[in-house]
Design a protein around this ligand. Structure first.
Ligand code: PGA
Length: 259
């Protein structure tokens, strides 16, 4: 499909999210933003979000204030406060001007035993504090090879959205993050990602109604690079991308944004 056709078909504004994971000190983060902002100034076709590590959040938020780049956190606890050593609460994130938060990233699920139930609590907390959640769901390699992709996506979506009403869910962003394609250099083909996105949207429609499902943006994550981003975004079902490794360099992230 030609690019113009894909853009014409779009009813949802694409969103491009950079996930820096555990990289960059505050000084390095600030340096990135200083170089990066002029590169994407006036770019309004896509919404842009950067998710630095928690120690860099204040510097990056300050640096990006008034720009077209919003700042998100990579994780949070679901409680407002409490005796929970090492965690950051939504209240704290909100207080420094964070607007988005990644919830249930596969690395959190894998290394920190984040369950679907915890993910659900975090989504409720994000709503309570008016943070826009970027909910990650996706199958691992074994599940994919066993033909369980749809089963996994259905379970993760069903449990994540438990108790969430259509009125609030419309602003959510869902990232399809096939675990086997995260940080591995392997990418889902645009067609197979498109099929997964279509399945996720159908599930959301079943859970929350067609209107909400049509509003939610479903973005792709997994080894997105400047040279594969446009084929991904040419799929009408793919409403944006979540970029890890390739978002660490301002040139490469700006190239992705200008796909
Ligand atoms: P990647 O990471 O682009 O390095 O594969 C994506 C993500 O998991 O956020």
């Amino acid at each position: 499909m030609a690019q113009e056709n894909a853009s014409e078909l779009r009813t949802r504004r694409p969103i491009i999210v950079g996930n820096w994971k555990m990289y960059k000190t505050p000084a390095q983060a600030q340096q990135f933003v200083t170089v990066f902002l002029p590169m994407v100034a006036n770019h309004d076709r896509d919404e842009i979000v950067l998710c630095p590590s928690v120690t860099s959040l204040p510097a990056v938020i300050q640096c990006a204030a008034g720009s077209n780049v919003a700042i998100g956190a990579q994780n949070m606890h679901f409680a407002d406060e409490g005796a929970v050593t090492g965690e950051t609460s939504p209240l704290m994130l909100k207080a420094i001007g964070t607007t988005h938060v990644i919830v249930g990233h596969s690395e959190r699920r894998l290394y920190f035993n984040e369950t679907d139930e915890i993910v659900n609590q975090k989504l409720h907390a994000a709503i309570k504090h008016a943070l826009t959640p970027i909910l990650c769901i996706g199958e691992n390699l074994e599940e994919r090879e066993d033909g369980k992709t749809e089963e996994v996506l259905r379970r993760q979506a069903e449990k994540a959205f438990k108790g969430i009403v259509p009125e609030t869910a419309g602003s959510f962003i869902v990232a399809y993050t096939p675990v086997w394609a995260t940080g591995t250099g392997k990418t889902a083909t645009p067609e197979s990602a498109g099929v997964a996105h279509f399945f996720i949207r159908t599930e959301i429609a079943r859970l929350l109604g067609r209107g909400t499902a049509d509003r939610i943006r479903i973005i792709y994550a997994g080894s997105v690079k400047p040279d594969n981003v446009s084929t991904m975004l040419n799929q009408p079902e793919i409403d944006g991308v979540l970029v890890g490794g390739a978002s660490l360099d301002p040139n490469s992230f700006a190239q992705i944004i200008k796909y």
